[in-house]
Design a protein around this ligand. Sequence first.
Ligand code: HEM
Length: 416
Amino acid sequence: MRHHRRPLADRTVSLLAEGYAWLPDRMRRAPDHALRTRVLGRQALALRGPEAVRFFYDERHVRRHGAVPEPVLGTLFGHGAVHTLDGEEHRVRKRMFLSLLTPPDRVADVAAHAAAAWDEAVASWARRPGAVVLFDEAAQVLTAAVCRWAGVPPGAGRVGAVAGDLVAMVDGFATLGPRHWRARRARRRCEAWLAPLVEEVRSGVRTAPEGSALAAVAGHRDAGGRMPGPRTAAVELLNVLRPTVAIAWYVAFAAHALHRWPANRDRLRAGDRAYPAAFVHELRRFYPFAPFSGGRAATGLCWRGTAVPAGGVVLLDIYGQNHDSGLWGDPYAFRPARFLERPAERDELIPQGGGDASAGHRCPGEAITVAVLETLVVRLARLEYRLPPQDLGIPLRRVPSRPRSGVLIELAPHVA
Ligand code: HEM
């Protein structure tokens, strides 16, 4: 299995080396935010801006089949994932995710599980001497919460190992070094854990909690009425578990923001209902996570005078758009109040993709991400802790990035 190790031609090397700055740097020199480049051995068109979002998420323009490189499928998304489907196949699979992840009571349920797991964890940190690594702790909190919610408890003493695997899959998708191989092993382990659970539910040996992700995925039928195989079902269960645990990146970023701009702590503690949402939107806008989204041109395309042939790569510059001075005044200032002054339009703030989630590939987990973060950032702001000396640098050459230390925190002695 060495096909994914072919030498990376053209701009792909600079993309891997330059990380978040790669596309925005080149975009700066592109008229009308339309850039012609080459990646993965193909001609490519990169674009940004709300109108570009609508162009990009129009299926007549951009398709996903064959668009995601194998190293990303083998780590982050999984083979056969919803991310790779088009047309009716995509709509039917996506409907399952949306009905599972978007009803307000479901969203509130995930947030309640996260709150309970957080409170339990804080009590345990208080009993431990020394500092804890917030990123690692948040990943475990989120793993415990989402696994319980999804109907797939990891088993006694295994939350840490499962959290490590779910984090590894996200951490290793954009490199071909050791992190990448760790991510592949993590995916294999997790699929091997979940696929038999799906088979047991299907054969009646196991009962999935009603309304759980396990029940939804095990009972799902694709377009044409076929059940996805157990491996694909495991891939889709992981597409619920893994990104929920990825919210740990934003918890670490929240701690970074509270440290750098402490006035936010008082606002979050004050109990003002609108501020947590504004803070969370600014977290998702300001800090680096998904650098871009991509697909293949369904036909020859021309965007603002820049063309790409059918089969070429089309990239939506997510990180660049979230820092575009044409959309955001003073984009490199962390200022949650911007969202109180003017709510963002659907296709302006796109850390989790753009367009309409039911018609295109926009993330179906956005409401859960926001609700879980609102709950956790208020808890974090209320916690009494200090940061011992550490490296809080967030290297923009590393994808995905996070504060290098993972954010070490020491609880005040009276917290318990
Ligand atoms: C898709 C980001 C949380 C489930 C996506 C996409 C991005 C993204 C950029 C791709 C959009 C595109 O293809 O153009 C994030 C970030 C998250 C997050 C930054 C926060 C850490 C979640 C959560 C869930 C989730 C909590 C589920 C519980 C999915 C799924 C897709 C997706 C299933 C594929 C949708 C499709 O292809 O139609 N996400 N996401 N994500 N996300 Fe999220």
